[in-house]
Write a protein that binds this ligand. Structure first.
Ligand code: TXA
Ligand code: MG
Length: 351
């Protein structure tokens, strides 16, 4: 049985948090909201519990977890040495959606790091996550609280859709704000490299460490983008129906997408469209299932809605999903594009 505990996102009830913290201390699996997505927390130093977490998620053992702590002071015991860069970045961006990869201290189980000699650490900003970490007084390893390869959960209901009966508790603090997972920055290489783009953009990181670079992005045979990093498998964040992304000038892409939708509908398929607010008038011309992301001029709104929209289209049991790539090569857009392209089966360039 999975117990659901509803809390006020801004000021969670002390007793509820204490119970969730106690569950973590006893080796339980507790999902909780962070400012990005819901995490599935476990006592990071309890090897048996960490193995149960991998089982519950169906996650491959070669995909390392992020360790969450309540403050920068809690990082030192997890790493062999604290890089100067970590202190500078923490002072600027923690608590917040930035994960730092550093050299692992022997006390961090290899189950957490997937056998790596490095460990990923972050201090989340969400009041519920902060309260829970303080009450548990433990390092908490927490991947996103979804089944492996499903879109990350941005609401407690998403967590239950995937993991009801497989975990002990869900602390429901309502929808999360950020929507895409934290930026992962590798500090064990010189210069530091972004392994996963997120809300803390490379431009923001460069205001502290000018040399920061984007990790090596390679295109896979089928056109998807993939960053070379352990566990960053290209088949990630995906809904059940295959997504086709259309790239190019809006004036060319819109009619191409509309034609593809009409053709699929005529063939008897149920078509889902990941749409921006600006696409809505055009889509009224064809019977498709629409998941509206928000205005293409509002990247925060689109990031916050992306995973929920993918899950809505899954729930509507569409056969295929069409999307227009409205992303730009800067800031939070990079994270949105990264997630959309990872989820996609096909990218079609229209010219
Ligand atoms: O926003 C987030 O980061 C959310 C919330 C819950 O904190 N967590 C999250 O965890 O997205 P997860 O497990 O879904 O993604 C962790 C990412 C993976 O891509 C993994 O490869 C990378 O972090 N990672 C973890 N440890 C690493 C390490 N030692 N070296 C390189 N990458 C690592
Ligand atoms: Mg994940």
């Amino acid at each position: 049985m999975t117990e659901v505990v509803r809390v006020d996102a801004a000021r969670p009830n002390h007793e509820d948090i204490s119970r969730a913290a106690e569950c973590l201390r006893r080796g339980g699996l507790v999902a909780f909201p962070t400012e990005t997505v819901y995490g599935l927390g476990v006592h990071a130093l309890d090897r048996a519990a960490v193995r149960r977490l991998f089982q519950a998620k169906g996650r491959p053992a070669n995909d390392p977890l992020i360790v969450h702590v309540s403050s920068f002071a809690q990082v030192a015991p997890l790493v062999v040495a604290l890089p100067e860069q970590a202190a500078l970045l923490a002072a600027r961006f923690w608590p917040g959606p930035l994960t730092l990869v550093m050299r692992r201290a022997p006390s961090v189980p290899l189950e957490v790091t997937a056998g790596l000699e490095t460990v990923a650490v972050r201090v989340p900003a969400h009041p519920v996550a902060r309260a829970l970490l303080l009450a548990a007084a433990l390092p908490v390893a927490a991947p996103s609280a979804n089944l492996f390869s499903r879109p990350s959960p941005t609401r407690a209901a998403h967590v239950l859709d995937d993991l009801d009966g497989r975990i002990d508790m869900v602390v429901d603090g309502g929808p999360t704000q950020g929507g895409v997972e934290s930026t992962v920055l590798d500090l064990t290489v010189d210069p530091p490299a972004v392994l996963r783009p997120g809300a803390i953009s490379v431009e923001m990181l460069r205001t502290v460490i000018p040399a920061v670079r984007l990790g090596v992005v390679r295109a896979t045979a089928d056109g998807r983008a993939a960053i070379a990093s352990p566990g960053l498998l290209s088949k990630h964040y995906a809904p059940r129906a295959p997504i086709t992304i259309y790239q190019g000038e809006p004036a060319a892409v819109r009619p191409a997408l509309l034609a593809a939708a009409r053709e699929a509908v005529a063939a008897g398929l149920r078509v889902g469209v990941l749409a921006t607010t600006e696409d809505m008038p055009m889509l009224s011309q064809v019977p498709v299932v629409i998941a509206e992301l928000g205005s293409e001029y509002d990247v925060e709104a689109i990031a916050a809605r992306l995973y929920a929209a993918l899950r809505e289209l899954d729930a509507a049991q569409v056969d295929l999903i069409l999307a227009r790539d409205v992303s730009q090569d800067a800031g939070l857009w990079r994270a949105v594009r990264d997630r959309l392209h990872r989820a996609a089966a096909r990218v079609t360039a229209i010219d």
